[in-house]
Structure formats: C-alpha cells, structure tokens
Design a protein. Structure first.
Length: 126
C-alpha cells in the first residue's frame, strides 16, 4: 500500500518526465513556414526589394539560427509555380544562402502562394 509521500514522489516524477518530453519535442520540431503571396511577388524585383519581403527576411533570419538548416521552397506544381520557385531560389542564393541549403518541392495547394519551410535538414529531407 502506498503512503502519501510515495504517491507524491511518483506524481512529481511523472511531472518531471512530462516536462522533459515537452522540451524534447520542442527541440525536435524546428520547422517554420513562411508564406509569400503572388501579390507580394508581383512587385518589381530588385536586390533592394527582395530582402524587404517579410517572408524572405524572416525565413533567412530563421535559417541562420538552425544548424544544419535547410530551406524548402514549396510551390504550386504547374509551370508558373516552378518558374517562381526557381527565381526565388536564385534570389536566396544572391542573398547568401548556399544552393546546397535550398530545395524545391512541388505540392503547395494554393496557386497564389509559395511557402518557405525552414528547419533542420534531418526534418525536411524525410
């Protein structure tokens, strides 16, 4: 039969395990999604404009924090989406992101949006 003190110890241990699991899962899921709309992309593009796009700026800033980081450009699958993604990849490279850290992936459901998935290489290359 358990006494109150042994019950408290096992309950405290359970809370500690749950807390540790919560921290572990927070560390494991580092993927963030930054969305860029077709309207934003329709602006005339230049070396001064691209870094000012909020999704691009936030994605590159987050990529710099994740080691080893990866940026996946998830785009609509048609030709227009592929061209858009390839141009965005080229701009990211010009901003200092090495091509080895960028992947293109078709599969965005919204034809008027492109997503930048940023996170750990091991999570995004699965």
């Amino acid at each position: 039969m358990k006494t109150r003190s042994s019950y408290r110890i096992s309950r405290s241990s359970l809370y500690a395990v749950v807390l540790l699991l919560g921290f572990a899962s927070a560390e494991a899921n580092t993927v963030r999604i930054f969305s860029l709309s077709a309207d934003e992309w329709a602006r005339p593009r230049s070396g001064a404009v691209i870094p000012e796009l909020e999704a691009v700026r936030a994605a590159v800033r987050y990529w710099e924090q994740v080691t080893p980081g990866l940026i996946v450009i998830r785009h609509p699958g048609e030709d227009t989406g592929e061209i858009w993604a390839a141009e965005l990849r080229d701009w990211l490279i010009s901003l200092g992101v090495a091509a080895d850290y960028i992947r293109l992936r078709a599969g965005n459901q919204d034809a008027d949006e492109i997503d930048l998935l940023v996170g750990g290489r091991d999570e995004l290359e699965q």
